[in-house]
Design a protein around this ligand. Structure first.
Ligand code: TYM
Length: 317
């Protein structure tokens, strides 16, 4: 008998513009493998409420994430694309997990720790963020979660939530595994640091050619070496090592030519996806329908799981 198909799931926050770090870290591994699995893509809109406090912006961002999913080439017939807030079982289960883990455990989360280390006030949503994310994964018996390296700790938190629940109430949740692609776990930004919206060092995936050119031209280079390390690190995502060697050997010290080559490379890669995204954007009603129908399916699955969970914790009388 053939083995049952496993579950693949990942998500993006609806908090900004998709960049090439998001693409290579999380979406490409999803795109490359999703047809082998029962696959789900989530819009983590409640997670983005930890930072976005503008309703009109959030609404736009949510639709933009779906457009990003469709633009990169996801076939909505083959993936359940859903919106976290439309499946209230997520926040319901998050509460139950929060009652199982300790405050010191959550205080170890990088996102929370970094905020506090910077002397900034973290909201309680950010503090509880890992438990909401655990529900995103565990409600659907997810096996594999393609993510960037910065999310690894969150997958560990999800496993811990599963173990804590199973120990307390009996076997219920699967322990998921992260899928982190070698060479793309931490995509560097234009300053060589991790590419991140919050560092302002991103190259937008769906930028116009001019926007791409502008950001690539501003990649930080030092004048000492023959090879601009920050340009090379990004170029590696788009071109095979052997070809890159030839290009960089032929253009030693010519940073401008190398940056121009990278712009062409990104443009060639992005143009078909950008066109597909633009086509979907012409019919936003259909895009919203994808999200509505996907959320309906996710809700049914989540409710089935929560029926068992409510029974196990004892809130059904
Ligand atoms: P988010 O929206 O910040 O980022 C989305 C995905 O992009 C990856 N990523 C990177 N990968 C490589 N290099 C980089 N420079 C880089 N920057 C971002 C992130 O690792 C992530 O995989 N908590 C999640 C959203 C989420 C989620 C989930 C993900 C909520 N629930 C359930 C998976 C499963 C987040 O903030 O991602």
């Amino acid at each position: 008998m053939a083995a049952a198909k496993k579950r693949l799931l990942t998500g993006l926050q609806s908090s900004g513009t998709l960049h090439i770090g998001n693409y290579f870290g999380a979406l490409k591994p999803f795109l490359d493998t999703y047809q082998q699995y029962h696959s789900m893509l989530m819009v983590a809109d409640y997670h983005s409420l930890t930072t976005v406090k503008d309703a009109a912006l959030l609404r736009t961002n949510i639709v933009n994430v779906v457009l990003d999913y469709l633009g990169i080439g996801i076939n909505p017939e083959e993936v359940i694309i859903f919106q976290q807030s439309r499946v209230p079982q997520h926040t319901e289960l998050a509460w139950i997990f929060e009652c199982l883990v300790s405050v010191p455990f959550l205080m170890q989360a990088h996102a929370y720790k970094d905020k506090v280390a910077k002397g900034l006030e973290a909201n309680a949503g950010l503090f509880n963020y890992p438990m909401l994310m655990a529900t995103d994964i565990l409600l659907y018996d997810t096996d594999i979660v393609p993510v960037g390296k910065d999310q690894q700790q969150h997958i560990e938190y999800a496993r811990e939530a599963a173990v804590k629940f199973n120990n307390a109430f009996g076997p219920t949740f699967k322990e998921p595994k992260e899928l982190i692609l070698k060479g793309a776990g931490t995509v560097p930004g234009i300053d060589g640091e991790k590419m991140s919206k919050s560092y302002g060092n991103t190259i937008p995936l769906f930028g116009t050619k001019d926007e791409i050119a502008k950001t690539v031209m501003s990649i930080v280079t030092d004048s000492s070496g023959e090879r601009p390390a920050n340009v090379y690190a990004i170029h590696k995502l788009f071109k095979a090592d052997a070809e890159l060697e030839t290009l960089y050997s032929a253009n030693k010290g010519n940073y401008k030519a190398l940056k121009e080559a990278l712009i062409e490379e990104i443009e060639a890669f992005v143009a078909p996806m950008r066109e597909r995204r633009e086509n979907y954007a012409k019919d936003l009603d259909s895009v919203k329908k994808v999200l509505e129908e996907g959320s309906e399916k996710a809700r049914e699955m989540a409710e089935k799981k929560m029926t068992a969970v409510r029974e196990k914790v004892g809130v059904t009388i």
